[in-house]
Write a protein that binds this ligand. Structure first.
Ligand code: GLU
Length: 432
C-alpha cells in the first residue's frame, strides 16, 4: 500500500502534486493500492475546504486512489500506542515546562550549538511521575544506536542517536505530534513505500524509531524527492505563483501537461512528451536526480503546447469555452501562436468581439463592413474575397489589412483563407 498524505493547510503546491503523481505511478507499477491520508491533526493550521480541493485536483489529474482517510480519525490509536510505549518504558512523561525548554533552546542558540533535550525527565523515580499533577508531554526515548535510512533517491543516510533526540510524541493536551501520528498511521495502513518531499528526511529516523519501539518489524521503503527551485535558484514557495497548482490551471495549463512536466524534471525519461499512463511503463524512482529540480515556465509552456496539439477539435473547443467542432478546428490553427488555453481563449474571443480599428484603417474598414454584410454565403474563401473586393473597390494592402482586422481582431495571424474555412458560418456574428 502506498499513500499520499497532504495537509489541508493551503493551496496544493506543485511539489506536493509531484509527490502524488509519483505515488500513483508506483502504486500502479507495483499493483498496490494508494491511500489519500488527509493530515488534519494540526487544527490551527487546517483550512476548511482544502481537503475537498485537494481531492478535486487529484481527480482532475487522473490520480486514482483506493481510499481517503483523515488522520484525526486515528487519534484513539495514537493515544493507545503512546500509552503502550509508556507502560513498556520506551517513552516517558516529561514535566519540563515550555518556558524552561524555550530557555534551554535560547541558551543553545546563543552558544551556537544544536539544541538537544537533556533527558532531564527520562529517569524520574516512579513516585514522582505518578503523583505529579503538573502538565506533561510524552517523549520517546532516543535510540541507543544510529538509525540508517535507505532511500531510493538519496542512498543511505545515517542518523546518530543525538540527531534523533528523545522527542515529544504527545503534546500536553494529549494530541499526537506529527511524527507519531504519521509513523503509527503508516504502520496501521500497512504502507510498503513512502514517497514524499525531502523536507521530511529528518523525520524518517524518528518514524522508524517509533515503529521499532512499537514492535513493528516490517521494513518500510523510502524515497524523498528533491525540492523544486524557482528561477532565482531558491526553493519554490507560496510567493512564486507558479508553485500553486490552482494558479497553473487558471493560467491555462492542461493537467496532462503539468503532470508530464513534473515527471520530466530531474528525471531521465525516454521521451519528452508523454502522459501519466505511458510513464507507468518506464518510470523508475532510481532515475530521479538527487539534486533539486529547477522549475522552468518556458519548458512547461512548450510541453503544454504539445499537449494542446494532441487534443481533438471538440476537446479544444471546450477549453476555449465552446462546444463546437468548427471552433475547435479554428483554435487548432492558432496553436502555433499560443502556449496556454487562456491565451487561446483570448485569441478566439477577439475574433467574436467588437473590433478595435486603427484610425488609418477606419475608412476602408467601413467600406469593407458594408460589403461583407451585403455578401451572400460563400463556401470558398476565394469566392468570398473576390466578391468583397469587387463590392468595396479596395485592393492590395488597403483591402487585406482591414479585412484581417475585421475577421480576426488582429493584423497578424494565421493564413486568412484557413481561418475563413472555420468562421464562414459565423460571419454575421463576427462582422457586426
Ligand atoms: N503532511 C505532510 C506534508 O504535507 C506529508 C507527510 C508525509 O508524506 O509523510 O508535507
Amino acid at each position: 500500500m502506498l499513500r499520499f498524505a497532504p495537509s489541508p493547510t493551503g493551496d496544493m503546491h506543485i511539489g506536493n502534486l509531484r509527490v502524488a503523481i509519483f505515488n500513483y505511478i508506483v502504486s500502479k507499477q507495483r499493483n498496490e493500492g494508494l491511500i489519500i491520508r488527509i493530515e488534519d491533526t494540526d487544527k490551527e493550521r487546517n483550512i476548511e475546504g482544502k481537503d475537498k480541493e485537494i481531492l478535486e485536483i487529484l481527480d482532475l489529474f487522473g490520480i486514482e486512489y483506493s481510499q481517503v482517510m483523515y488522520q484525526s480519525e486515528n487519534v484513539r490509536f495514537h493515544t493507545a500506542m503512546a500509552l503502550q510505549l509508556l507502560v513498556e518504558m520506551k517513552a516517558f512523561n516529561c514535566f519540563c515546562s515550555t518556558e524552561w525548554l524555550d530557555k534551554k533552546r535560547d541558551e543553545a542558540k546563543n552558544s551556537k550549538t544544536a539544541y538537544r533535550y537533556d533527558d532531564a525527565c527520562a529517569s524520574l523515580p516512579h513516585e514522582l511521575v505518578i503523583d505529579n499533577e503538573n502538565p506533561f508531554t510524552v517523549r520517546i526515548r532516543k535510540p541507543l544506536e544510529a538509525i540508517i535510512v535507505k532511500d531510493h533517491i538519496k542512498g543511505e543516510i545515517k542518523f546518530e542517536p543525538n540527531d534523533i533526540d528523545s522527542f515529544i510524541i504527545m503534546r500536553q493536551d494529549k494530541t499526537p505530534m506529527y511524527n507519531f501520528a504519521c509513523a503509527v498511521d503508516d504502520m496501521l495502513s500497512d504502507i510498503s513505500l513512502v514517497i514524499r518531499g525531502e523536507d521530511h528526511v529528518s523525520n524518517t529516523p524518528k518514524q522508524i524509531l517509533i515503529r521499532e519501539a512499537l514492535g513493528y518489524s516490517k521494513n518500510i521503503e523510502y524515497a524523498h524527492l528533491p525540492i523544486i527551485l524557482n528561477d532565482d535558484g531558491k526553493k519554490m514557495s507560496k510567493r512564486d505563483d507558479a508553485s500553486s497548482v490552482k494558479w497553473l490551471l487558471e493560467e491555462g495549463f492542461l493537467p496532462s501537461a503539468i503532470a508530464n512536466y513534473l515527471i520530466l524534471i530531474g528525471n531521465k525519461p525516454p521521451k519528452e512528451i508523454f502522459n501519466i499512463k505511458e510513464a507507468i511503463e518506464w518510470f523508475s524512482l532510481e532515475n530521479i536526480s538527487k539534486s533539486p529540480a529547477r522549475f522552468d515556465i518556458n519548458m512547461l509552456k512548450h510541453v503544454n503546447k504539445e499537449h494542446l496539439k494532441m487534443l481533438d477539435a471538440k476537446e479544444l473547443s471546450r477549453y476555449v469555452g465552446f462546444a463546437d467542432v468548427e471552433i475547435g478546428e479554428l483554435a487548432k490553427i492558432y496553436l502555433e501562436e499560443i502556449s496556454t488555453t487562456k491565451e487561446l481563449k483570448s485569441k478566439i474571443k477577439l475574433i467574436f468581439s467588437q473590433k478595435e480599428i486603427l484610425d488609418e484603417l477606419k475608412e476602408s474598414a467601413d467600406i469593407l463592413t458594408k460589403a461583407i454584410k451585403s455578401a451572400p454565403y460563400f463556401d470558398e474563401y476565394d469566392d468570398f474575397k473576390n466578391y468583397i473586393m469587387k463590392e468595396s473597390g479596395l485592393k492590395g494592402k488597403n483591402f487585406f489589412r482591414p479585412l484581417r482586422v475585421l475577421l480576426t481582431g488582429s493584423e497578424h495571424g494565421p493564413d486568412i483563407a484557413l481561418v475563413y474555412k472555420y468562421i464562414k458560418n459565423y460571419i454575421g456574428e463576427i462582422v457586426k
